[in-house]
Ligand binder design. Structure first.
Ligand code: ADP
Length: 283
């Protein structure tokens, strides 16, 4: 079953940075279509500026950037974008803020940026508190994720005392405490040292396999997740480098060198397309 359906989606930031002052900039990407099925571990690859962050944020209404759109997006069975317009959270077919908070998790690249509380325990409980989860259930869920992620020993610690890798695990655990169906990660390991990176990815593999959470993860280093990936979405540039079909063929043929082959040009000036590469291309 498709948990994410993106159809003919295009996006442009406002030309002058302010939608109110009008003006639509160049499209970041054009005519993106793909599906992610329940249970997939999907890797989103693309050079800096190809639109990975913009695409990931577009899937979660409260993080979606301001700008102009075309096409449609359906996430966890709810409409997020239809006919190029954001669907109102009040629409019965739209995604309410509560549903979005509980069913779509988001982890950014900075271990610090997402931390809001002083202690690990409060950090793990924060999202649940916001959703009004009753105290006993909240304690049970915090204990459950602390155990799953092996962070029980530092659950009473101050978050400040943790390493970057430990903070990022806490971010992941805090998001998982809400039991999301879909987890979006924007280069979550780019600031981690090699040991922390290994541990984070190992836990992510378990989250996918053992908890059944569907994952879409943007990364610069797809080879790191080769053991887990079931699907790859590659953001490749069209225009200077060829047609969509040529980009797709090149990505399929030599994924290792896709960046060098396809993204040599200034990313800010080139439009991107998104091509689907079926199956487990890294296996
Ligand atoms: P990636 O995550 O692949 O590095 P981004 O989605 O961050 O790509 O950026 C895609 C393009 O959109 C880039 O050219 C970037 O400069 C531009 N961009 C990103 N954020 C904004 C913004 N808030 N306003 C205008 N342009 C933006």
């Amino acid at each position: 079953m498709a948990l994410v359906e993106v159809n003919d989606f295009s996006f442009a930031y406002p030309a002058d940075g302010s939608p109110r002052r009008g003006g639509v900039g160049d499209r970041v990407f054009d005519g993106v279509s793909f599906e992610v099925n329940e249970g997939d571990f999907c890797v989103l690859v693309g050079s800096t500026g190809s639109g990975k962050t913009t695409l990931l944020r577009s899937l979660k209404p409260e993080l979606a950037p301001e700008g102009s759109r075309t096409g449609s997006i359906v996430v966890v069975g709810k409409k997020v974008v239809e006919g190029g317009e954001m669907v109102s959270p009040k629409d019965p077919c739209g995604l309410s803020p509560r549903e979005s908070a509980s069913s779509i998790g988001f982890v950014t690249q900075s271990p610090e940026a997402q931390i809001v509380c002083d202690t690990v325990w409060h950090e793990l409980a924060f999202g649940l508190e916001n959703l009004g989860v009753e105290q006993d259930e909240m304690r049970r869920r915090v204990a459950e994720v602390a155990h799953f992620f092996g962070i029980g020993p530092w659950v009473r610690s101050s978050v400040e005392a943790l390493s970057g890798g430990q903070k990022q695990l806490v971010n992941l655990a805090a998001v998982l405490a809400l039991r999301p169906r879909l987890l979006l990660l924007d280069e979550p390991t780019s600031q981690l040292d090699p040991n922390a990176l290994k541990q984070f990815l190992f836990m992510l593999g378990r989250v996918n396999r053992e908890l059944g959470v569907t994952i879409i993860m943007a990364t610069h280093t797809p080879e790191d997740v080769s053991a887990y990936a079931t699907r790859t979405i590659a953001m490749g540039k069209i225009g200077d480098v060829g047609t969509r079909e040529q980009v797709e063929a090149a990505l399929n043929k030599r994924w290792q060198a896709w960046d060098a082959d396809l993204a040599g040009k200034d990313a800010r000036d080139a439009r991107s397309c998104c091509v689907r590469v079926r199956g487990a291309m890294f296996r």
